[in-house]
Design a protein around this ligand. Structure first.
Ligand SMILES: Nc1ncnc2c1ncn2[C@@H]1O[C@H](COP(=O)(O)OP(=O)(O)OP(=O)(O)O)[C@@H](O)[C@H]1O
Length: 226
């Protein structure tokens, strides 16, 4: 589903370049749950942003479902983003002025769905995440864990095939973090959503079926499971 071939990312620095990612080869199959780990500054978020089409590689090729992403037009890429990809951020990135309901509905406004279809999708997510009673509250009136649930519900609203999550539990207590990880596991196992998460936590990483590690922008060789 996801294939990176020799992908690098660099930024200009003085007369040279500073490399953030170097010669990354990575294959992720549909239905996998992959955890990306590595020290601070090793390039994890940059890699996730490239995978989630939020940034472009400087070199190399990214194939998503066999299609070379760099060759797509801006319009095709936006379309792909809206239909296939959900992104979950550590800091939630909810819209403060919108209610829980409206935040979850936002990605659906661009999809040309009927009002009743939108309503039923949001209702289904509110129900699944036990947030029905909170639907008219604003993000500031929720706990961190609840805000992240809304962030995930929003990411799922358009029924993406893959979720990219950048330290989704980084701001949460361990109980809330466990709840989010259990939810990811369920989405992966039951709904077949491919999940790629960046995490600093070994405990969270173990929820994934595979852990890939970055160091100084290099992908370390994967150890085979015992
Ligand atoms: N726009 C930019 N210009 C120059 N350097 C950048 C830019 N964006 C990121 N970097 C550098 O790229 C490196 C990797 O950043 P990245 O956020 O991907 O790391 P990370 O592994 O996610 O770190 P953390 O765990 O601390 O979030 C960092 O050294 C950072 O300073």
């Amino acid at each position: 589903m996801i294939q990176l071939n020799n992908v690098s990312k660099f930024y200009p620095a003085g007369f040279g370049r500073v490399y953030v990612l170097r010669n990354i080869d990575l294959d992720i199959a549909q239905g996998e749950f992959v955890s990306i780990m590595g020290p601070s500054g090793s390039g994890k978020s940059t890699l996730l942003h490239i995978l989630g089409l939020l940034e472009e590689p400087s070199e190399g090729e990214y194939l998503l479902d066999g299609r070379p992403v760099q060759k797509l037009s801006e319009k095709q890429r936006t379309e792909l983003h809206r239909t296939q990809i959900g992104f979950v951020f550590q800091a939630y990135h909810l819209i403060d002025e919108l209610t829980v309901y409206e935040n979850i509905e936002t990605p659906l406004l661009y999809k040309g769905l009927s009002g009743s279809e939108r309503k039923s999708r949001v209702a289904e997510l509110l129900d699944r995440f036990n947030m029905v009673a909170k639907k008219d509250l604003f993000p500031a009136q929720l706990s961190g864990g609840q805000q992240q649930l809304v962030g995930i519900a929003r990411a799922l609203a358009a029924r993406p095939t893959v979720i990219f999550a950048d330290e989704p539990t980084g701001n949460l207590h361990s109980d809330q973090a466990r709840e989010i990880m259990e939810l990811f596991l369920e989405l992966n196992k039951k709904d077949g959503v491919t999940i790629v998460q960046v995490t600093h936590s070994e405990v969270n990483a173990e929820y994934g079926s595979r852990i890939v590690r970055l160091k100084d922008g290099w992908l370390e060789l994967e150890k085979l499971a015992q």
